[in-house]
Design a protein around this ligand. Structure first.
Ligand SMILES: [Zn+2]
Ligand SMILES: [Zn+2]
Length: 759
């Protein structure tokens, strides 16, 4: 029976090839009618067989265009028949503001790649080739609606050949806003470090410079990279020296999966992640003696690789078959440079040459970092290629919420209905430049996604800049503070789309607790509204505050003192023998007076203490370094473990530290001790969650916090809990670290408002 229906699809549905997709599916099902973009999304008018219309909607739901993200499909049936004679793609209905979410940036698609290397194509070797299915999006959009005039492509007027493609509904470049070619589009140029242009073929010269061991600043999609030959220890060491970056691993880029194989072991899941359109950095297991110098990633047994994601990258690798270091173009802790002037100024002492182009980057977006754990994707840094695609939630946000996130690895989140727009990685809010990214980022998201928040959620820590920002927002009356570890657990629940009460295990560095102390080794019973602290690691002094985080030896000494008293100094272990007595005595008076000596129940700090005790390192050069190296050192076959003390609410580590020292005295290898320690923490999680299961009749365990980025620990905990019949939930779509906090804050704020009945 012939019938007519209208279907409105909301979400990321424009600029992602939605209309040609609709056209081909409707035609295949012999449906007539039309499709157009309007201010709400994509509107489809269909006439034909009722069951074919059902099938069409099913196609949309089950197999939408790959780059789209559907928020909702609304359908109105039994409309008056129009007698359409065919199916048409119509011009956009420009009435009303277009407020349609835009997609993340997408790696060059295969169609564009074949054109790039086809010498008969008019875009042969053009470094900015793109189409509706690929290219920059989020990083070039300045305003809505998403039209070329509102992107950084504005100044490039299309040539007639590009315009023809842009205006042809069935063309792959139909309304692809960054469409360009060598005649009309952006251009490359190579300069020396003083900005003087070097003539000739920019790409050929750049490759020669890289082969000669030079360091290049390369302008990319979301910012500048610093690149050098990854197989040259000299080039890598020079880059480290100039960048003031001692140990933090550098990311690598290689031509293809096969070009990575000599250096890393690859699983099918890892290959899928490497080749996904988001093209993240994937942390891979490094092969021993693989030819990549240790200086690329000292002290760890992983390498972070990504594949080329812009045409420029593909052209660079066309005649360069070994990996390149591709690290963020910044100085130490500053955010990544993305403007030409800023790069010229900040990077001129690091880079020998600059490979530049004249398409401005509007918003700075770092490379994303992911890992495959048991064939699942685990996001560690969610940025280019992922943001601003919303995280879909199983619950509905009754009011529009802004969540300001934490201090380190900050993201913010704007939420409405079932969509949480978690921002790209902003960074550590400890310098003006990052704070500017944070405040401007919030304004940008508000505009792009048409969200005017009327609720703001923030961390309890009074000194976080994100907290201060939230409290200063005079025009938002409803402000909701969310405890840091509650936010972690809520974030993992939202990530997994679960609801109700759970056992939450939140292990991280430090987060402000309800008692004003720094928490971080927490067992909670939580739902979205509330969190009750059931058990935690016993408080330890943190002598020197932030300094104690940078210097793991301080925690090692504190734990030894707690276990053995001051006689630990006489122990015949290297740590005690080499400990600076004068510095330790300063520390003890600090602890006695309590000045500059906050207390903490942090599990991250216990990892530091063990790393310090094993003489892995006294000071760290990047966040989490001691724990990361402890994981790398750990013998994974270790099955023995040390016992913690647990009295039902407080967990003590003295018995564990005592056994570690005994092992050291017995010359047990450090790798074995590190392995036993990981296993011990996993056993502890099992013991405590079992105890809570009995008391609270809960069987779901949610694992969150930066410590759970430790894959060895995560695997062990997962395995032990599952064997014991628990249902276990871990992060995949947002990071376990503080990058996920904003999502948790938004979820908690929403639940509390709902309970109050003010939603
Ligand atoms: Zn393409
Ligand atoms: Zn053109």
């Amino acid at each position: 029976m012939t019938t007519r229906a209208q279907i409105l699809v909301r979400g990321i549905v424009q600029g992602v090839g939605f209309r040609p997709f609709v056209f081909s599916h409707a035609s295949r099902r012999l449906l007539n009618g039309c499709v157009l973009n309007n201010s709400a999304g994509v509107l489809i008018d269909l006439e034909g067989d009722a069951s074919e219309i059902d099938n069409f909607v099913h196609d949309l739901e089950s197999n939408p265009p790959p780059l789209s993200s559907i928020e909702s499909i609304e359908r109105v049936d039994n409309l008056g028949l129009v007698d359409y004679s065919d199916f048409k793609i119509l011009e956009s209905d420009a009435s009303g503001q277009k407020q349609v979410p835009i997609s993340a940036d997408v790696a060059t698609c295969n169609d564009c790649l074949s054109e790039l290397f086809d010498d008969s194509n008019r875009r042969y070797r053009y470094p900015f080739i793109n189409c509706t299915n690929c290219g920059p999006r989020f990083t070039i959009v300045e305003d809505v609606p998403y039209d070329r005039a509102n992107t950084t492509m504005r100044s490039f007027e299309m040539c007639s050949a590009c315009r023809l493609e842009y205006e042809e509904p069935l063309d792959r470049r139909f309304h692809a806003e960054p469409t360009a070619c060598a005649v009309c589009g952006p251009r490359l140029r190579l300069t020396d470090s003083s900005g003087k242009e070097i003539g000739g073929d920019a790409i050929a010269s750049a490759i020669e410079l890289l082969r000669a061991g030079k360091i290049l600043a390369i302008k990319g999609i979301g910012g500048f990279h610093l690149a050098c030959d990854a197989l040259s220890n000299e080039a890598v060491t020079t880059l480290r020296g100039r960048k003031f970056r001692e140990d933090k691993p550098f990311a690598l880029m290689a031509r293809s999966v096969d070009a990575i194989r000599p250096y890393c072991r690859l699983s099918a899941a890892e290959i899928t992640l490497l080749e996904s359109p988001a093209r993240p950095i994937v942390l891979l297991r490094r092969k021993r003696g693989s030819g990549i110098p240790r200086s690329v990633a000292p002290g760890v047994n992983t390498l972070g690789f990504m594949l080329p994601y812009s045409p420029l990258h593909h052209l660079l690798f066309e005649s360069f078959d070994q990996p390149l270091v591709m690290t963020s173009g910044n100085i130490s802790d500053e955010p990544i440079c993305y403007r030409d002037e800023e790069a010229a100024q900040h990077l001129k002492k690091i880079a020998d040459h600059f490979l530049l182009h004249d398409r401005p980057i509007h918003i700075r977006t770092d490379d994303s970092v992911v890992r495959a754990v048991n064939d699942n994707q685990v996001v560690l840094r969610r940025s280019r290629g992922y943001a601003p695609t919303p995280i879909r939630t199983s619950f509905k946000f009754g009011r529009t919420v802004l969540a300001c996130g934490a201090e380190l690895k900050n993201t913010f989140c704007l939420a409405r209905e079932h969509s949480a727009f978690v921002s790209h990685h902003i960074g550590d809010l400890e310098n003006l430049e990052t704070l500017r990214s944070f405040t401007e980022g919030i304004e940008h998201y508000k505009t792009l996604f048409d969200i005017e928040p009327n609720v703001v959620a923030y961390d309890l820590h009074p000194e976080y800049l994100s907290t201060k920002f939230a409290l200063a927002l005079d025009d938002i009356a409803t402000k909701i503070a969310v405890q840091h570890h509650h936010a972690h657990i809520a974030s993992c629940m939202a990530d997994n789309q679960i609801d109700g009460q759970v056992i939450g295990v939140a292990f991280d560095g430090l987060g402000f607790g309800l008692d004003g102390k720094f928490w971080g080794g927490e067992f909670l019973v939580a739902d979205f509204c509330d969190a009750e602290r059931i058990a935690h690691l016993a408080n330890m002094p943190l002598p020197g505050g932030a300094k104690a985080i940078r210097e793991p030896w301080r925690l090692a000494a504190v734990y030894l003192e707690r276990t053995f008293g001051n006689t630990f100094l006489d122990l015949d272990i290297q740590f005690a023998r080499t400990l600076d007595r004068a510095r330790w005595s300063t520390l003890t008076s600090m602890i006695a007076s309590g000045i500059n000596c906050p207390e903490t129940s942090s599990m991250g700090r216990l990892f530091d203490a063990i790393a310090g005790l094993l003489m892995l390192r006294n000071c760290i050069n990047y966040e989490g370094q001691a724990a990361i190296e402890l994981e790398a050192l750990a013998d994974k076959s270790a099955t023995d473990y040390y016992e913690f003390g647990f009295n039902g609410s407080e967990i003590t580590a003295e018995s564990l530290v005592r056994k570690v020292v005994e092992d050291l005295l017995d010359d047990v290898p450090a790798g074995q001790i590190a392995g036993r320690f990981h296993h011990s923490v996993a056993r502890l999680v099992l013991e405590v969650t079992r105890n809570i299961r009995e008391q609270h009749r809960l069987n779901r365990v949610v694992l969150s916090g930066g410590v759970f980025q430790n894959i060895l620990l995560l695997d062990r905990v997962n395995e032990l809990l599952r064997q014991t019949g628990f249902e276990v939930f871990t992060h995949s779509r947002v990071p376990a670290n503080d990058g996920g906090i904003s999502l948790g804050q938004a979820a908690v704020a929403n639940a509390r408002l709902q309970r109050r009945g003010t939603n």
